[in-house]
Design a protein around this ligand. Structure first.
Ligand code: UD1
Length: 418
């Protein structure tokens, strides 16, 4: 086990290339199964969640591994369609494999993805979409067995725009006969990236990025080479860090349009921001002000995944900011840890009120979940003195090497063994 030590209070300055997106590469790795052939993924981040997907692919009989900087998958030797509980628990988003395995084999079996740190995270919409495509589902003792000799395309309206359910339905629909139209689909850019990958394999998918997605089922025929889109949440994290600590940063390998709600919030808080094709820059004097309420919402709203890091950035702002978490029920677990550093935050249900304090102090804290852990890094960089962040395995699920990246910006930060 290791932990991260931060000596905070210093300004940050530099240029950073942002990693590939976790939330894009995970469904793409599941999608590789649709085509019995080879996929080369460029710009794939080295993350523990990616390793968990590699383990699942290998368990299914596929070949998957790193060749230099590329992640290469060959799904032609795939020989099974079940995922054991131990692998399902490694990563919650493993449920996206359900639609892909079903499309490839006509059956799939797995346990429910494990308990969750963000509150209940049901998969009812995923299962309902598969049922509507003609899959028969048996749920017993935490296991799901899905069978579908022949799925048939149809119109499916999601009751809420779930990212995972949209992806699962898209993948299953690729194996269905005829046309599927998904209404009220999630519009996250990562879903458009999944579509780009599916089309590169020869699938007929249109509309991703909008709330209506059309899939005409057909066997994909091509080996694909795909570059994973940039990670907008990692980018938001580094922008929040520089906003909080003060300094200036230029992020490369980023689509600044995907960050519009985050950069708008940081601009309101007093940062100077500009962006162009493939880059965004931020300058902050570290003296931020409070902003109008931040309400998380499905894309293009303010991302729930950036709520914790923005909150961390505003801990020393002038005035009070109200956060309303509309996507997940329990996404304030980082608050108690931030309080240890002197933060003034009150929480009532889905609402958190952050009142800026003049000074944060370094403390011993623990990551409670992926983005909550990232928030501790942001706060630690802005705090006076030493912060020790434990349980960093949560952070490693989604950040390739935050210590390397933040050092590039001049942060005094190191990874140490317990
Ligand atoms: C994905 C992201 C995650 C992000 C979230 C919301 C990946 C790998 N993960 O998670 O980082 O925080 O989108 O942007 O891409 N829901 C149901 N029933 C379902 C499915 C979801 O009620 O069957 C609810 C959830 O409990 C939650 C809301 O819908 O309250 C949104 O969840 P969803 O969009 O599905 O998030 P994930 O795909 O799990």
């Amino acid at each position: 086990m290791s932990h991260i030590m931060i000596h905070g209070g210093g300004r940050l300055k530099g240029t950073l290339a942002v990693q590939g997106a976790k939330n894009s590469v995970l469904p793409i790795l599941a999608a590789t199964i649709l085509h019995p052939g080879r996929t080369v993924l460029r710009g794939c981040p080295h993350l523990s969640d990616v390793e968990a997907s590699i383990h699942i692919l290998q368990h299914l009989g596929c070949k998957a591994g790193w060749e230099g900087a590329d992640l290469v998958v060959d799904t032609s030797p795939m020989s099974r369609g079940d995922i054991p509980d131990s692998l399902m628990r490694e990563m919650r988003s493993s449920v996206i494999f359900l639609g892909a395995i079903l499309a490839r084999l006509g059956w799939a079996e797995m346990s429910y993805p494990g308990g969750c740190e963000l509150g209940p995270r049901p998969i009812d919409l995923h299962l309902s979409a598969l049922r509507q495509l003609g899959a028969q589902l048996r749920e017993e003792g935490g296991h799901i067995r899905c069978e579908a000799r022949q799925m048939r395309g149809r119109e499916i309206a999601l009751s809420l725009p779930s990212v995972g359910a949209t992806e699962n339905a898209m993948l299953a629909a690729c194996g269905a006969e005829g046309e599927t139209t998904l209404f009220n689909a999630a519009r996250e850019p990562e879903i458009a990236d999944l579509q780009t990958f599916l089309r590169a394999m020869g699938c007929d998918v249109r509309g991703a990025g909008s709330s209506t997605i059309c899939v005409v089922g057909r066997q994909p025929t091509r080996d694909a080479v795909h570059t994973v889109m940039p990670d907008r949440i990692a980018a938001a994290t580094y922008l929040a860090a520089v906003a909080a600590a003060g300094g200036e940063v230029e992020l490369r390998n980023i689509d600044y349009r995907h960050l519009s709600t985050v950069t708008a919030a940081l601009h309101e808080a007093g940062c100077q921001i500009s962006g162009g094709e493939g880059w965004v820059s931020l300058r902050s004097d570290g003296a931020l002000r409070s902003i109008p309420s931040v309400r998380t919402a499905p894309y293009p709203g303010f991302p729930t995944d950036a709520q914790a890091v923005l909150m961390a950035a505003l801990l020393q702002s002038r005035g009070a900011t109200v956060f309303v978490e509309n996507v997940f029920e329990n996404r304030y677990r980082h608050v108690d840890e931030l309080r240890r550093m002197g933060a003034d935050i009150s929480v009532a249900g889905r609402v958190a009120v952050v009142t800026g304090v003049p000074r944060l102090c370094g403390a011993e804290v623990r990551a409670t979940d992926l983005r909550g852990g990232a928030a501790l890094l942001v706060a630690g960089l802005a705090a006076q003195g030493m912060t020790r962040v434990g349980d960093i395995h949560h952070i490693q699920r989604g950040y390739e090497d935050p210590v390397r990246d933040l050092r590039m910006l001049g942060a005094e930060i190191s990874l140490e063994e317990d």
